[in-house]
Ligand binder design. Structure first.
Ligand code: NI
Length: 141
């Protein structure tokens, strides 16, 4: 991520067993990294973000993936109602007709982790919803 002001950087040394280092190098090579520092920085950021997202008050952006049977009476309307009625901000939604029976809806939201989870639970428990997945990223520095 681009930073508006240059931050002071510190060099640190890490001791690792040969075997662990070799596995790490394999992993980051497969991931397309050309140096260890960038891979380690990303791992640290990932861990910090995961930690933040465990806190219910953290503001996050969520993508909720919902696969549902569009023949299920009034389900599409209920999905829309839930997005309108909730206190968190629904940014956008995308609808894709996958097969004759199934539709995919991706709902993008911004709100506190606890509110997103509440809405996701309401959506995923609707009759006719076959699959659901919630992806979160922290919307904070
Ligand atoms: Ni559809």
């Amino acid at each position: 991520m681009a930073q508006s002001s240059a931050q002071k950087t510190q060099r640190i040394g890490i001791s690792l067993e040969d075997d662990l280092l070799s596995q790490f190098d394999d992993l980051i090579t497969k991931g397309g990294y050309t140096n260890r520092s960038e891979a380690i920085r990303d791992l640290i950021r990932e861990k910090l973000t995961a930690q933040k997202l465990k806190a219910p008050e953290t503001t996050a952006i969520a993508a909720i993936f919902v696969v549902y049977d569009h023949h299920q009476a009034k389900l599409a309307q209920k999905l829309i109602q839930l997005q309108h009625s909730h206190i968190i901000h629904a940014i956008s939604s995308i609808h894709i007709h996958i097969t004759h029976h199934n539709c995919l809806e991706v709902i993008l939201l911004k709100g506190k982790v606890k509110e997103i989870q509440k809405l996701a639970d309401s959506i995923l428990s609707l009759k006719g919803v076959k699959l659901g997945k919630v992806n979160l990223i922290a919307a904070e520095d």
